[in-house]
Write a protein that binds this ligand. Structure first.
Ligand SMILES: NC(=O)c1ccc[n+]([C@@H]2O[C@H](COP(=O)([O-])OP(=O)(O)OC[C@H]3O[C@@H](n4cnc5c(N)ncnc54)[C@H](OP(=O)(O)O)[C@@H]3O)[C@@H](O)[C@H]2O)c1
Length: 355
């Protein structure tokens, strides 16, 4: 029998979590500078979780690794410092967070009976760490080659927060990795039409490979999927995976080279849909220039600048629809977990790194 977690219960929690905002007052937890991460009490509409693994957002983790010269101890110290100062794992440079995997310790009395969870259930949070109150007791280590950080920690999910119960048919760390980027393939399914030419930037990455697979399915036999990546290893991976009809080694920070390449392969028509899955800044212009007039640019990357995208498109006279990669899309968790059930190849790719 699991032992009951004893915590004080406070009344009148706000559904969006504004009651935990310390600074500045009156804003919601995501834009807040600092949130209350005291885990000795919960509000009546909160979930208290024991956190086992943090999955740091790739744009954030890439920035932290660079600043810490890839030194694991320095990375751990930086994560501890950020969470100590902000009460949440929100990278001050990228503004982004990530998500976590953990176990339900306590369900606020106002939620009891209204949600499909019981204490002891294992879940992945589907709201960003950039708004999630988090208290880290200890960082155990970082899973090599991933953004997964094993910790002893506690977190709060607010009443409006979303989560997914971890499936029984795959390892938890694997499900966590897939659920982190669940919005991307689910949106791809909605955006890509039969016959479309689709460019996926970062197509060998975690979200990119899922998008490439889904785009190929949706574009059908008349469609064309083009993958872009900046490293030799990425290019080799993309070719081996085989989801893209054409694969190019190009940097998405080099807008003109990207434009010229896509101009050539499409005979000047350019692409109908661009899906940007990179983890670095300054890729807005390549995305815009590779798209045809009237096409769609989907910015899944957290390193996107609204100003650069909006003013950049205007500056080159491009009439394109630009979509901000909302991490949430209806049924995204189930849609994306099903991709791994449907394709053994995708599952093998993920298992190699995360299982
Ligand atoms: N919207 C949301 O809710 C949400 C949720 C989760 C993640 N994200 C964001 O989505 C993005 C991708 O996440 P992920 O987990 O898929 O990242 P990932 O696995 O690290 O993949 C990033 C990819 O970008 C490629 N890349 C890096 N620099 C490039 C360049 N200059 N030109 C072309 N390609 C380049 C990398 O390949 P090479 O090294 O070969 O270039 C890599 O394959 C990140 O920005 C992340 O923060 C958004």
């Amino acid at each position: 029998m699991p032992t009951q977690t004893q915590v004080e219960i406070k009344a009148n929690g706000n559904p969006f979590g504004s009651h935990r905002v310390l600074e500045p007052k009156g804003v919601l937890p995501q834009p807040a500078q600092r949130v209350d991460n005291n885990m000795d009490y919960i509000y009546d509409n909160e979930l208290l979780l024991e956190v086992e693994t943090l999955n740091i957002d790739s744009a954030s983790f890439t920035q932290i690794k660079k600043e810490c010269n890839n030194d694991e101890e320095k990375i751990k110290a930086m994560i501890t410092k950020i969470v100590g100062e902000r009460g949440k794992m929100q990278n001050p440079v990228t503004g982004s967070g990530g998500m976590f995997r953990g176990k339900v310790l306590k369900i606020g009395p106002k939620l009891a009976g209204k949600i499909d969870l019981k204490e002891g259930d294992k879940i992945a949070s589907l709201v960003s760490l950039s708004l999630t109150p988090l208290k880290i007791e200890k960082i155990i280590g970082i899973k090599p080659g991933t953004e997964q950080v094993n910790v002893v920690a506690k977190a709060i999910i607010f009443e409006s927060g979303i989560y997914a119960k971890l499936p029984k048919d795959m390892p938890e760390t694997l499900a966590l990795a897939v659920l982190d980027v669940a919005g991307a393939p689910a949106q791809t399914a909605k955006l890509v039409r039969p016959g479309n030419t689709v460019v996926i930037i970062g197509a060998a990455g975690k979200s990119g490979v899922l998008c490439a697979y889904e785009a190929r399915k949706r574009a059908g036999i008349m469609g064309k999927i083009i993958g872009i990546t900046s490293s030799d290893s990425g290019l080799a991976k993309m070719k081996e995976q085989g989801f893209c009809h054409e694969s190019f080694k190009l940097s998405a920070t080099d807008a003109l080279a990207c434009y010229e390449t896509i101009h050539k392969v499409t005979g000047g028509k350019m692409a109908d849909v661009i899906i940007n899955c990179v983890n670095i800044p300054n890729t807005e212009m390549a995305s815009i220039l590779m798209c045809r007039d009237g096409g769609i640019v989907y910015f899944f990357t957290m390193a996107t600048s609204f100003t650069k995208a909006a003013l950049g498109a205007e500056g080159v006279g491009k009439d394109v629809d630009m979509i901000i990669g909302n991490g949430y899309c209806k049924d995204h968790a189930e849609i994306t977990l099903n991709l791994l059930r449907e394709s053994k190849q995708l599952r093998d790719i993920y298992e190699k790194l995360y299982a």
